[in-house]
Design a protein around this ligand. Structure first.
Ligand code: SF4
Length: 467
């Protein structure tokens, strides 16, 4: 049978080619080259990195940045893998002029330029705005949990330590009892007893450290990471927040946090996007996880239009027909009207977590046939009203009136996270500590935005835009 056998590897070739001849004119690596060449790296904060060897001449920062971006676009994140690729990958040889930095130099470049990667993401947003691809009229905010370099076992909590101490104590007790009964194996028991006593001591010290530092939990390997809910299970993660522009689903900016939920992120993320894009009018959409009265008020006070849905507030009986939303507020008379048509009048001021509330109470509950469904309180149903509740009511009404816009939220925000986590496989960080991880997250989203550009335009079109 005749096979396709190629050319003998020992045959001398007469035809010489340049690296440029081997890289197709439409190869996306040419876009990375044009993009990095278009940047003012000094202005973005990139410094030259001399490498780990003393006296070594530095590589050009543009070459190391091109290598880094190429890696993130092609699922090659580790410095060791990039070192190998730089020696055998024709695209990379073309892109970085056949330099072969070692992994120490590649990792060191990232470490020395942490902030510059975030600046580059923000700069890319401004480039995209300049091209009319981002307009900042409708923005969606969402967060995703990305696993940290810290195992679950290396995260301590007060309750976890209590359980461990309890177990160590039960073992100590068991060995003490065994030692009293069986004289022959005392030495063996002694060792195990000592081991559990040491463990108990270690747990007690950790418990005291948590208490002294005022922490609920502490990660021992990556101290900035936290245990948080991630797709239904508890993992040690970072919470990466993103603002995505609705026009073409480009990521405007990100923030890496270790907050275990999204409740304090709405305003800071929306404000960041508004200031970066310098837009006057903006509509912000976010899911119920971001619902926080103060955050919403801050956005509204800054002139933002907010569409957000509130989690259903349960009353004590958990009967949906008697939730707070079923009670209407009459502003003129300053009373709530309950589903049975009775009034709840103001009776006291209260405050919680620095927020002031007015409390309203119904005086007809004892004779009401719905009482058992409405409240478990013997003295009757009460309703609390925040002093700025009118802002939340307007936002609630606007959200329902613009439900078609609100419904776009999922489609807007899930595209970047889907690409980052599933297409590129970046569901965990390689580095430790917040600033290093933030540089990694920024690199992921630079890669996402470039990937999106490459799907919208041809290589030649992008190179022309970048000239
Ligand atoms: S229990 Fe009181 S507040 Fe509830 S529906 Fe009856 S009258 Fe109204």
């Amino acid at each position: 049978m005749a096979y396709i056998v190629g050319v003998d590897r020992n045959q001398t070739r007469m035809i010489t080619t340049s690296l440029d001849d081997l890289i197709d004119k439409d190869n996306s690596v040419r876009v990375i080259d044009a993009y990095v060449e278009s940047l003012d790296l000094q202005d973005l904060g990139f410094i030259e990195y001399n490498g780990s060897n003393r006296g070594q001449s530095p590589y050009r920062r543009s070459d190391l940045l091109k290598l880094h971006i190429y890696g993130y676009l092609n699922k090659i994140r580790s410095s060791r893998a990039l070192e190998v690729e730089a020696k055998r990958n024709l695209e990379l040889m073309w892109l970085i002029n056949s330099i072969t930095p070692d992994h120490g130099t590649i990792a060191g470049f990232v470490k020395k330029n942490k902030e510059a990667f975030h600046n580059t993401l923000r700069n890319l947003t401004l480039i995209l705005k300049g091209w009319g691809l981002i307009d900042g009229k409708l923005i969606a905010i969402d967060g995703t949990k990305i696993k940290a370099q810290n195992s679950k076992h290396n995260c301590i909590t007060q309750s976890g330590l209590d359980k461990k101490i309890e177990y160590a104590e039960s073992q100590i007790k068991a060995y003490l009892m065994a030692m009293e009964k069986e004289d022959g194996s005392k030495e063996n028991f002694k060792e195990k007893l000592q081991a559990y006593q040491d463990l108990k001591e270690q747990y007690l010290i950790q418990k005291q450290e948590l208490k002294n530092e005022g922490l609920e939990q502490k990660s021992l390997t990556d101290t900035d990471s936290r245990r948080m809910k991630n797709n239904g299970s508890l993992d040690i993660c970072y919470n990466v927040q993103s603002v995505v522009d609705a026009k073409n689903h480009f990521v405007i900016d990100i923030s890496t946090t270790n907050d275990i939920n999204d409740q304090n992120q709405l305003y800071v993320m929306a404000k960041d996007a508004v200031e970066l894009l310098t837009v006057e009018e903006v509509t912000v959409i976010a899911d119920t996880g971001y619902y926080n009265g103060i955050e919403i008020k801050n956005c509204v006070d800054d002139g933002m239009n907010v569409y957000i849905k509130k989690a259903k507030a349960n009353n004590s009986t958990k009967d949906n027909e008697f939730r707070k939303e079923k009670f209407s507020y009459n502003k003129k008379q300053d009373v709530y009207i309950c589903p049975a048509g009775n009034e709840l009048s103001f009776f006291e001021n209260t405050s919680k977590n620095g927020m002031k509330y007015r409390k309203y109470k119904c005086s007809n509950c004892n004779s009401c046939k719905y009482k058992n469904a409405c409240t478990s309180s013997k003295s009757g149903r009460t309703i609390q009203r925040w002093e700025h509740e009118d802002i939340l009511e307007t936002v609630y009404q606007n959200t329902w009136n613009n439900n078609d816009i609100y419904k776009q939220r999922r489609c807007i925000v899930e595209h970047p996270f889907g690409t980052i986590k599933r297409t590129l496989g970046y569901s965990f960080f390689l580095r430790r500590q917040m600033d290093n991880v933030d540089a990694e997250a920024a690199s992921m989203f630079i890669a996402y935005n470039l990937k999106r550009l490459l799907s919208m335009f041809s290589t030649q079109e992008l190179i022309k835009k970048l000239e």
